[in-house]
Write a protein of this length. Sequence first.
Length: 131
Amino acid sequence: MDQTHQVPHSRRDRPRNTRDTTAGQTTAASAGSPEQRLDDEDYPAYSMGRAAEILGVSPAFLRSLGAAKLIEPLRSEGGHRRFSRYQLRLAARARELVDAGTALEAACRIIVLEDQLAEALRINEELRRRD
């Protein structure tokens, strides 16, 4: 039974890849002033090596999260993986679960469910405020 674990790529439910690979151009998520990009948690600011260093994991661990479809980093013009803060938070949570003995596939599923629950709670709160 093949289950694909799809986490929204951002809290705003954008596609994981903000790059249109068919046209070879980036979308509005990577456009804007440097200040806007610094505030955008979906902006792919971190290289593979830097992301691995920040999280205290190996690049192979980050690649395994991509293979498990938990995160799919943007690719730079040179083909290098670039990670956003949102993706780093997902990877950090995956590491916590794996370090606690959870299998990678199960950890990814847990993270997907946690993310979906957080989004549902956010939407419910937003709807309550409107009433």
